[in-house]
Design a binder for this molecule. Structure first.
Ligand code: RTP
Length: 158
């Protein structure tokens, strides 16, 4: 996940199938780009059940786990998987996304603007450096999928 606490910190952000279906991908990209973060990886993917179960391994014992895996991996719409880079991007990304339950997400956050249901909360973001490392290697494990590049004008924001 890049280098923690530096301008190369990286986080895994995914627009979930409901967010893709509702046309929210551009709004997510717009917010992260406008903030000054840099997109270093992007792809549309229908994740296998196995990948989804690994991604949400911490939630295995929850009653909603099977439904969550079904909805992420059934292919009705893809997941748009992204890696964003920049200062404090893990924590700031979570703040931009808002609380897990959209009814508790502050207005102005992504979930607070576009969602009402915890089971259809449009977007995922890594919640720690350790999660970001795990999730980036899970979703972007192949060589060459992440690109190091310099954002033109980045000296004005970083
Ligand atoms: P995410 O991992 O997707 O960013 O969400 P989170 O950290 O904010 O929340 P977490 O507790 O890790 O839950 C992961 C996802 O599980 C679904 N969920 N459904 N009661 C329910 O039906 C329920 N609770 C959680 C949500 O899609 C949540 O984002």
């Amino acid at each position: 996940a890049g280098v923690k606490g530096t301008e190369t910190e990286r986080t895994f952000i995914a627009v979930k199938p409901d967010g893709v279906h509702r046309g929210l991908v551009h709004k997510v990209i717009e917010r992260f780009e406008n903030r000054g973060y840099k997109l270093v990886g992007l792809k549309a993917v229908v994740p296998s059940r196995q990948l989804t179960e690994e991604h949400y391994a911490d939630l295995k014992s929850k009653p909603f786990f099977k439904g969550l895996v079904d909805y992420m991996s059934n292919g009705e719409a893809p997941v748009i998987a992204m890696v964003w880079e920049g200062p404090d991007v893990i924590k700031q990304g979570r703040a931009m996304i808002g609380a897990t339950n959209p009814l508790q997400s502050a207005p102005g956050t992504i979930r607070g603007e576009y969602c009402v249901s915890v089971g259809r909360n449009a977007i995922h973001g890594s919640d720690s450096f350790e999660s970001a490392e795990k999730e980036i290697s899970l979703w972007f494990g192949k060589a060459g999928e992440l690109i190091d590049w310099k954002r033109s004008g980045s000296e004005w924001v970083i």
